[in-house]
Ligand binder design. Structure first.
Ligand code: 13P
Length: 252
């Protein structure tokens, strides 16, 4: 299974800057055996697609989507609308959406299932807060988040889910979770996958890590058994720095 690195621009870069980012990134040397995706703001999908043309590297991803196909849901965007831009993946349940927009596990489950139905890979984000970790609740919290999020998903098919373990205390803090600690939580996530879907899916579903990943620590994560890639925020905003990070994820 190839490693997967996803850039999450968050709320940065409208169409003008998005197009420039893509053109700059396309000029960079990239490892062949790596899957790369960029999650851009919805308003920048068209510009990113225009700059990408038919190129599939990087693949185009979205940061959110709604669970209904269409209807009276002001401001929302459906999975089939994302498909029109050639979106192949979509982040769901990012902690920032859970915190600032009140996204619940139930909403995350509905969004993930709706995406999978149209063939878009849901990238489900889970992770504990600092307080939860200090209280020894991290494993319980993440187990519950994953169990609820995958409730309506199918393990196989065109768009098997990706789980992103993003401890909230490590996001944007410059204090990454160690690869050893991340692996421990990835094992907990794999236990849930195995219990829900059977042993085969313990290793077949990709579990990636996010939180203060840079070109300096990426290799430590992806060279750890059980960590299948990374979800990268801050270090993805500069196309050259992100390309460097991608190159640093493969052995020299
Ligand atoms: P940072 O890489 O900036 O810590 O962000 C991680 C993240 O939230 C990616 O989704």
């Amino acid at each position: 299974m190839r490693n997967l690195i996803i850039a999450n621009w968050k709320m940065f870069y409208g169409p003008v800057k998005a197009g420039a980012w893509v053109r700059a990134f396309r000029r960079e040397r990239l490892p062949k055996d790596l899957e790369i995706s960029i999650a851009v703001p919805a308003v920048s999908l068209a510009a990113a697609r225009a700059s990408l043309g038919r190129a599939t590297i990087p693949a185009l991803a979205a940061q959110n989507s709604f669970w209904e196909k269409e209807g009276a849901y002001t401001g929302e965007i459906s999975p089939s609308m994302l498909l029109e831009f050639g979106v192949s993946m979509c982040i769901v349940g990012h902690s920032e959406r859970r915190t600032y927009l009140g996204e619940t596990d139930e909403m995350v489950a509905k969004k993930a299932a709706a995406l999978q139905k149209v063939g878009i890979v849901p990238v489900i984000c889970v992770g504990e807060t600092d307080v939860q970790r200090k209280k020894g609740q991290a494993k319980r919290v993440v187990k519950s988040q994953v169990t609820k999020a995958i409730a309506d998903l199918k393990p196989d098919g065109r768009a098997p889910a990706v789980i992103a373990y993003e401890p909230i205390w490590a996001i944007g803090s410059g204090k990454p979770c160690s690869a050893v600690e991340a692996k421990e939580m990835h094992d907990v996530i794999r236990d849930v996958l195995e219990k829900a879907w059977g042993g085969r899916y313990r290793d077949e579903i990709r579990v990636i890590y996010g939180g203060s990943v840079t070109d300096r620590n990426i290799y430590e994560y992806v060279s750890t058994n059980g960590i299948d890639g990374a979800l990268v925020g801050g270090a993805s905003l500069d196309p050259r720095q992100f390309a460097l990070l991608c190159r640093a994820s493969t052995p020299a």
